[in-house]
Design a protein around this ligand. Sequence first.
Ligand code: ATP
Ligand code: MG
Length: 493
Amino acid sequence: MSLIKVTNLTFAYNVSHDNIFENVSFQIDTDWKLGFTGRNGRGKTTFLHLLLGKYEYNGRISASVGFEYFPYEVADNKADTIQVIASICQDYQQWELLRELHLLDVSEDVLYRPFYTLSSGEQTKVLLAALFLKENSFLLIDEPTNHLDLNGRKVVSDYLKSKQGFILVSHDRTFLDNCIDHILSINKTNIEIQKGNFFSWWQNKERQDRFELAENSKLKKDVRRLTNAARKVSDWSDQVEKTKIGGKRASGVKPDKGYLGHKAAKMMTRSKAIEARQQTAIEKKSRLLKNIESADNLKISPISYHTDRLAELENISIFYDEKAACTDVSFVIEQGDRIALCGKNGSGKSSILKLIWGEQINYTGLFRKGSRLKLSYVAQNTAFLRGNLTDYAAAVGIDESLFKANLRKLNFSRLQFEKDISDFSAGQKKKVLIAKSLCEQAHLYIWDEPLNYIDVISRIQIEEMLLEYRPTIIFVEHDRTFSENIAAKFVNI
Ligand SMILES: Nc1ncnc2c1ncn2[C@@H]1O[C@H](COP(=O)(O)OP(=O)(O)OP(=O)(O)O)[C@@H](O)[C@H]1O
Ligand SMILES: [Mg+2]
């Protein structure tokens, strides 16, 4: 066991004016399986890059281990997998490598195939195995699940559970719960570490939020009551003062100045005490609610189509360079359907979605789509996004203020609006696509892995919105919780 110590860390990207970290300190044990959670754009990836020494910062980070980062950038993906592994780690025994591959359910023959021919799920697994082969290194694993299908997620999660000494960033609740024993969270105003997994952290957070909300309303009442009391006391003491100065009372009896002086002094003490209590309540109140995350309700504007059937696929096979991505897929999309398209990595799910959306795709079979059907599409990939939000809204023809209002609801700060989209965090980019789709009135929404990189709170926000407005939607999504909550129909490929 050794410690990674972070002391008074402060960091900002040159181009922006906001500090991503401000004077934060904490310690990590290198034996932990540490989950890392926090909303999109809070600085998780940035923190991992700081550990790697990629940027300059103020403060101190000390550690007696070396750091390795996943996703690892493969310099030459035409090389055989075994060479790629050798470029990451030199001193390992063949049997060790085979053991790791076996644990990850990857067949040995991938070792002698060019790396780029491996499915993205296989690439993820091979790289993780190679990184874990390195001695005395602490792994920084940044969102490994995005290219993994359901089964792949289970296998990798079990694999990580059998290891120790890593930080794992993931927004997949089931995945995290299975394989971590500590959790680091970047909250709105602080950073905190707890023992346990995501579920226990979430429960604690909910309990804390509930407590703070109750405490807040109690303190609010207290402050109101004390303010009224203070006003009363001050009115009384004004009256007493007047009597003292005014000399004769209406009754003609001269007031006893000694008695009145005593009363005024008592009032003064009382008023001081009330004021102090009021101040304490206000201070206590100001310490509450700082870490409560906002998640305003999202809205989508589906429109209804004039007939029930929107689209139909019959024995569809899709080809890339003569190679079939999928064969004989048949299903219909009817108004009101919420369809989850399921299947392993590489089974052609995205290709089916692209076909429905209207991209040029090489296919055989029968594909019919209603005339003048309005579609809204969220692509799996976000790498094409660049420029500022205003230009983007104009280019895709959506209302800029509605678009930005959606982004605000998805936890964007106003400061974020000034940045270039290419500098957004992974989840913020995906949110741009979702927020755009929410601005589009459509008969059918086509969403390709909408939750990739999206933080848990927004996942829940999106789930709730879909269940409230019930648009007709077809989607691919490997987040089990989401698929089970949303889909009313499953199509297996
Ligand atoms: N290269 C960069 N240049 C300028 N700003 C950046 C850069 N990379 C990230 N940022 C900004 O820094 C903040 C933190 O980004 P980071 O990628 O660390 O977040 P994250 O917690 O990993 O988010 P996600 O969950 O979406 O991956 C964001 O506001 C982002 O816009
Ligand atoms: Mg990130």
